[in-house]
Design a protein around this ligand. Sequence first.
Ligand SMILES: [Zn+2]
Length: 202
Amino acid sequence: MLYPREIQDLVDEFSQFPGIGPKTAQRFVFYLLKRSPDTIERISCHLRNIKNVRACTVCGNFSGQKICPICQDKKRDHSVIIIVSQPQDLMAIEKIGDYKGMYYVLGGLIDTVQMSGPKQIRAKESIERLRDPQIKEVVFALSSTIEGEGTTLYLINLIKQDPKLIQRLKLTKIARGLPLGSEIEYADEITLGEALKTRKIL
Ligand SMILES: [Zn+2]
């Protein structure tokens, strides 16, 4: 063994992280070895706290409490709900700062090629969430991939099977188009086609 057990154990742990190889894992440990005991204690504390993070029972977002602050916020618009695949997508929309409605996190997408996934993601649960009579609009904000489009269609189908839901809910999808600063001649056909379809009146 090259390193003392204390170092090697931590290198092995960091090596399991996504995108982190043994070299980077070693750099992390060497960095920590140079930190003060207070810093090490603070990091240990953060690591221990992460055990308490769970999925919000209403929206599925990461939360330190049973119901996350967004779902608890009475000032937010409870009539509109955005469906996203993962908590990171929710955070990306929150960062914009404009949206004040609610969310639902599916926890993944349906793999339409292997026809697997509806049971792995919270598809049925999302339909249950939409039974809340306050909700008037559902915005699908899933990736513009085969899986994302397939999942949107799957959920729309489930909603359409329920006359009460389809009567009350307005179903929308985020617009697809050209990224800011991009050149039309380099855009792929699907993106350009979508941009044209979702054109706006000026
Ligand atoms: Zn929540």
